[in-house]
Design a protein around this ligand. Structure first.
Ligand code: FAD
Length: 275
């Protein structure tokens, strides 16, 4: 839709060209959310496209994803063969409720900054121990883990003028075995629960619960829990009040789905380890 309160669009080409932040400003990434509903409080957009950040960089350290990388570009990434967790990338990219137009334009950073519980890039990058780099308007930077970056539905730790620059995923996380489960209330609905488990070479197991909860929750186990231990841990560490409530699912249903999907994830990761 047209945003008819916008009087200026700025296209900086470097950090030095970023304008001084003022009330009524918004960063413009893919624009799939910004242009999907009225934004009467906005008067100026700062388009991130011309910064031309390289979308994806593979190095010894792991994978670096620029905030402006599109979901489609991430989905097309050819991953090294020892990244056992690589299938999660495609599974999460396809967990969007979106047409191909959204998919090709929406950015990874935009998805994180939107902080919707059903944000599949949040699920992916929380499960892979991603770390956000944030450019502050005073020229400094700060780093924060993805699961700490998201504090609630449409709430992050960003303050006005903060710009998410990139998300770094450590190689060690990409080399873990992984299992993915997702459910929606309707056939093409937004995710009602999305659970990812990863298992390391030391036999430890991490469970990341998203979509059903208001923010990502991680449960870490030194060894794979049995069914009862897993269930008890979820009931203990994910209080009832943390389950999200909206048109895409009631809290009681989301909790039931979380418990069911977590058990399936546990089973898959334990079975994979058997000779
Ligand atoms: C039909 C449809 C279906 C959708 N389905 C889903 C879905 O299933 N799950 C889901 O989570 N979302 C969904 N969305 C919402 C949205 O499209 C996605 O969250 C998308 O990933 C947002 O990315 P974007 O690049 O388009 O962000 P934009 O629309 O450009 O920006 C979104 C917000 O983030 C801010 N922002 C963007 N980049 C940065 C940055 N680098 N630093 C700081 N702030 C930034 C913007 O200022 C704005 O407030 C859907 C939208 C539509 C229209």
């Amino acid at each position: 839709m047209d945003l008819n309160t916008i009087t200026a669009v700025i296209r900086p080409r470097s950090r030095a060209e970023l304008p001084r932040w003022q009330e009524g400003d918004a960063w413009l990434a893919g624009g799939t959310w910004l242009f999907s509903e009225p934004q009467v409080h906005l008067s100026r957009l700062i388009d991130l496209t011309d910064l031309r950040w390289p979308p994806l960089t593979i190095s010894e350290a792991g994978l670096s994803i620029s905030a402006t990388c599109t979901v489609a570009a991430l989905d097309a990434l050819a991953c090294p063969s020892d990244w056992l967790a690589a299938p999660l990338i495609n599974q999460c990219c396809r967990a969007f409720l979106a047409s191909f137009k959204i998919w090709k334009t929406a950015t990874v950073g935009g998805n994180l900054c939107m902080a919707l519980p059903a944000g599949p890039m949040i699920s992916l990058l929380a499960a892979l121990d991603g770390v956000c780099t944030i450019w502050k308007s005073d020229g400094s930077e700060r780093m924060i883990k993805v699961d700490d970056f998201i504090t609630g539905p449409q709430r992050t730790t960003l303050t006005p003028g903060d710009l998410l620059r990139q998300i770094d995923v450590p190689r060690a996380a990409l080399k873990r075995r992984a299992a993915f489960r997702q459910v929606s209330l309707t056939a093409v609905g937004r995710s009602g629960a999305l659970v990812i488990g990863t298992r390391g070479h030391d036999n430890d197991l991490t469970l990341t619960v998203t979509a059903s909860t208001k923010r990502p929750i991680q449960l870490r186990f030194a060894a794979p829990p049995d069914s009862d231990e897993l269930r008890d841990a979820i009931l203990r560490d994910v209080p009832d009040g943390l389950y999200h409530d909206d048109i895409h699912g009631k809290p009681a249903w989301r909790q039931a789905m979380t418990l069911r999907l977590a058990e399936q994830v546990r089973g898959e990761l334990v079975d994979q380890a058997r000779p």
